[in-house]
Design a protein. Structure first.
Length: 348
């Protein structure tokens, strides 16, 4: 073989190295102060390894025995898990590609759990289940069409005895389904739209406000009532400061007066969470779940937060966040105390 001149060889090596270099931009971190808390617990990892799998949690608080509360979490490649507050898997339901999940305790009708069903990427669906708190198992109850497109986010809205589901499709379309018992359960009562890919959503039942995260744009607020306005109000931009894109999961800490408490959003781009005051949409700070006994959280998709007593480990409320990087195990969910978060941010 003919020899290659040294200068030519060096050039070829340089070209080869450039061709193999990563072209993705490095994560940009917000310049704003970001407090730190550590997790007080974590769930067992989902079964789907070496994949983007765990996605979104929902919390059922047991009013009779708060320490016996349950967490429902999605594996968007496989189905739904139910965990206890020690993080132990209590059950698994093979539901296929379910992405986001939410629940409401409706009293006599049971604990209703709804997941966004993306098994058919062209036709979004909402899967409805009932959670049996005695056995920590889920039972399928029905499936309803949620519009043309890929199902992504879902959140529930209880107005008295009526129950609605908001389904956020990947293209930013939002459909509102009436899940109350009646002649046509699961019917779409109205449709709203954001401009680009959206997913996370949450409703404050007290104020009838729907919050939706448009991933590369920011945070929006709608009227959740079926006869309300379909025009959104922007709360915050995903501009690299309060929120670093993607804007992902949303959660509400309802406390104090009728409109009191806080809205949390996953700032996925820099592994943090931004916090806003519900009364006036004002920004109040940001925090991270830092390395500790149970590890940190990174690339968080879904989050959930319920205030109130959850037993000795979580006396003031429970915050659950999906952890996208959890070596050497597969992805899981981290559990933090709302009291720790408030203290880190100086909130009363």
């Amino acid at each position: 073989m003919r020899a290659v001149p040294a200068l030519m060889l060096a050039g070829l090596v340089a070209l080869a190295t450039a061709g193999c270099a990563r072209t993705e931009p490095r994560p940009a971190f917000s310049p704003l102060p970001t407090a730190q808390v550590t997790a007080r617990g974590e769930t067992q990892a989902v079964r789907t390894a070496n994949a983007d799998a765990a996605d979104d949690p929902a919390i059922w608080r047991n009013p009779a025995d708060p320490a016996a509360s349950l967490i429902v979490g999605t594996d968007k490649q496989a189905g739904l898990y139910v965990y206890d507050l020690q993080g132990k898997q209590r059950s698994f339901l093979d539901a296929g590609r379910v992405n986001n999940v939410d629940l409401r305790d409706m009293g006599a009708p049971g604990i209703i759990v709804v997941a966004s069903d993306r098994n058919d990427p062209l036709q979004a669906k909402a899967d409805v289940f009932r959670l049996d708190p005695a056995t920590a198992t889920l039972a399928w109850s029905g499936t309803f069409g949620a519009g043309a497109g890929e199902a992504y986010g879902v959140c529930l809205y209880r107005a008295g005895e009526k129950l609605y589901a908001f389904n956020v499709l990947k293209d930013g379309t939002i459909t509102q389904l009436d899940l109350s018992s009646g002649a046509t359960p699961g019917r779409i009562v109205r449709t709203m739209k954001l401009g680009t890919q959206s997913e996370g959503c949450v409703v404050d039942d007290r104020t009838h406000r729907l919050y939706v995260a448009e991933e590369d744009v920011g945070l929006w607020r709608f009227d959740a009532r079926p006869d309300g306005s379909t025009q959104p109000t922007r709360i915050a931009a995903a501009d690299g400061r309060q929120i670093v894109a993607d804007a992902e999961g949303l959660a509400i800490a309802a406390e104090g007066p009728a409109d009191g408490g806080y809205l949390l959003v996953s700032s996925q781009g820099d592994n943090a969470y931004a916090v806003y005051r519900l009364a006036d949409d004002a920004y109040v700070g940001r925090f991270r779940v830092a390395p500790g006994r149970f590890g940190s959280t990174e690339q968080t998709d879904g989050i959930e937060l319920i205030t109130g007593d959850f037993g000795p480990a979580f006396p003031g409320g429970l915050f659950v966040a999906q952890d996208g990087i959890n070596p050497p195990a597969a992805q899981n969910f981290k559990l933090a105390a709302w009291a720790d978060i408030k203290a880190a941010l100086g909130l009363r």
